[in-house]
Design a protein around this ligand. Structure first.
Ligand SMILES: [Zn+2]
Length: 138
């Protein structure tokens, strides 16, 4: 994907160096985070700020081109969290190193993106030692 430099810079600046789904900070990661389309280009998603989000490789791979996921409690298909249109703290909170979904969208996103994989909990513990967890929410 090739985005205009100013647009890519704006997406990165808005994210404050964090994945917009799991809030992991890029500082401890070997890979540069991707800029993803929230609504995939294959489904008509456009190259603009309202449809772009910084995402860590793990969230990016888990999400793939999905925009919905199954609610782990009710089993219905619900929208995934939309990080450009919605506010993270409206749908999630941290309980120590775990992400808890506060809404059906939050719960489905936690499950679909595997936000509490043991490796992610270890990363949050490492971030805490460096003063990066819990993140300041913008
Ligand atoms: Zn992530």
């Amino acid at each position: 994907m090739s985005l205009p430099h100013e647009l890519a810079a704006a997406v990165r600046q808005r994210a404050h160096g964090r994945c917009r789904y799991c809030l992991m900070h890029q500082a401890l990661q070997g890979a540069t985070f991707h800029i993803e389309h929230i609504i995939p280009e294959s489904k008509g998603g456009r190259d603009d700020l309202s449809n772009l989000a910084l995402a860590c490789p793990s969230c990016n791979l888990h999400r793939s081109d999905r925009t919905t996921a199954t609610d782990p409690d009710g089993g219905s298909l619900v929208p995934l969290f939309h990080p450009a249109r919605e506010s993270w703290p409206d749908h999630f909170r941290f309980l120590d190193y775990r992400v808890e979904g506060l809404t059906v969208v939050g719960r489905a996103t936690v499950a679909a993106l595997d936000l509490n994989h043991p490796r992610r909990l270890q990363i949050r513990a490492a971030e805490e030692r460096l003063g990066l967890h819990p993140p300041a929410l913008h």
